[in-house]
Design a protein around this ligand. Structure first.
Ligand code: PLP
Length: 388
């Protein structure tokens, strides 16, 4: 199988990731962090704290932000948005977003939060900085939330410019980096990002079940916890501790997954070329096929920020195309709608969906060649079938 569904989850992980998860269990030394003062609990605490520090460094979070571990980006987005927004608040987002952002926002809209969803530009595949600026309602807008890059087109937002706008208008800047963490450099301090939502199991090469939220500590008091429960500290209090990370981390952490994620981030630190390699693989595929008759590419393939690209083959249903790519060529990719319904509305592909190929730094030149060959053959067949 040629695995080109890395935007869903990376299948090939560095061996250090598996070793870290294995060791966390088989080593029989990692206890429940913060729950006791014995050696096993302390070892768990030190190991998890080391990963928090590693992640803070990796995203240049600075001293005034803290990592909250979650099981994925979706959980992080729910904690952030539902905890922060109150009825009457206004928030700005875009038609590029994944349902991990849209669905919590639609839920909040039912409760009286005002939502502006900005449209995308057809050519650039993103919302312009000016559109964000004009949507701000002085005194009412509290935040902008958007993805760093689309999970369907790979088109990228200008985080630096958006961060400046948020700072100038005293808004919080929330970024969903699910598709770019591990691919593109993110400097939270320089980009003035108040909260970064990330998932561990994609290009950070962590296990499924890892992810988190990196949050400005000063915001802790403004975020109502989504979950309440044991923290191992402040146990006499009837409410969650007011400080991070405990304020937003109820219950036992997924320590083996966190340690696996740490190994993924260490791997990326040792291989700083990995993100670029994944993007280059995407670009090679796109350049080889961008003029191929019968193919429609979406977004702006020349500028993709993430390691993915979406297209359609003639009028073929994208799920059928994905199935044929698997059965006829052994290529695993994704068809259909990609949890980003407004983006499909924008490109009028709600019926057909899109075929998405997503690459990783482990994708080989031979696999790229075979992917190009397979799509070309399928496109030629489709053209013939549609002409008959
Ligand atoms: C842009 C974006 N945001 C959020 C998510 C949700 O990630 P997870 O499924 O790990 O919660 C994804 C997953 O594909 C995504 O692509």
């Amino acid at each position: 199988m040629i695995y080109l569904d890395n935007a869903a989850t990376t299948l090939i992980k560095p061996k250090e990731v598996a070793e870290a998860v294995f060791e966390a269990i088989a080593g029989q030394t990692i206890g429940n962090p913060t729950r006791a003062g014995h050696a096993a609990s302390l070892k768990g605490l030190h190991a998890v704290t080391a990963v928090r520090e590693l992640i803070k460094d990796y995203f240049s979070a600075g001293e005034d932000r803290e990592v909250i571990f979650t099981k994925n980006a979706t959980e992080a987005a729910n904690i952030l948005l539902k905890g922060f927004l109150r009825p009457g608040d206004h928030i700005i987002t875009t038609a590029m977003e994944h349902n991990a952002i849209l669905r919590p926002l639609y839920h909040l809209q039912q409760e009286g939060v005002e939502l502006t969803i900005l449209p995308l530009d057809f050519r650039t595949g993103r919302t312009s900085v000016e559109q964000f600026q004009t949507a701000i309602r002085p005194g009412q807008t509290r935040a902008i939330v958007t993805s760093h890059a689309s999970n369907v087109t790979g088109c990228r937002n200008n985080l630096q410019a958006l961060g400046e706008i948020c700072a100038a208008h005293d808004l919080q800047f929330f970024v969903d980096a699910a598709q770019t963490a591990g691919i593109e450099a993110i400097d939270m301090a320089r980009m003035k990002i108040a909260a970064l939502i990330f998932t561990g199991h994609k290009s950070l090469y962590g296990p499924q079940g890892s992810g988190g939220l990196i949050l400005r500590e000063a915001l802790a008091g403004q975020i109502n916890p989504l979950l309440e429960g044991g923290t191992g500290v402040f146990s006499q209090a009837k409410s969650m501790p007011p400080f991070l990370p405990e304020h937003l981390e109820a219950g036992t952490l997924s320590t083996p997954n966190i340690l696996g994620l740490g190994a993924g981030v260490r791997y990326l630190n040792a291989h700083p070329e990995a993100g670029e390699k994944a993007k280059q693989a995407t670009n090679q595929f796109y350049q080889a096929l961008k003029k191929e008759p019968g193919l429609t590419f979406y977004g702006n393939g020349e500028e993709a920020a993430a390691s993915l690209i979406s297209f359609n083959i003639g009028k073929m249903d994208s799920n059928i195309a994905a199935e044929r790519l698997m059965t006829e060529f052994g290529i695993a990719c994704r068809g259909g709608l990609h949890c980003a319904p407004l983006l499909h509305q924008h490109y009028q592909t709600e019926q057909q969906g899109m075929v998405r190929f997503s690459f990783s730094s482990f994708t080989t030149p031979e696999e790229i060649k075979q992917a190009v060959y397979a799509v070309r053959v399928l496109a030629q067949k489709a053209m013939k079938e549609e002409a008959e």
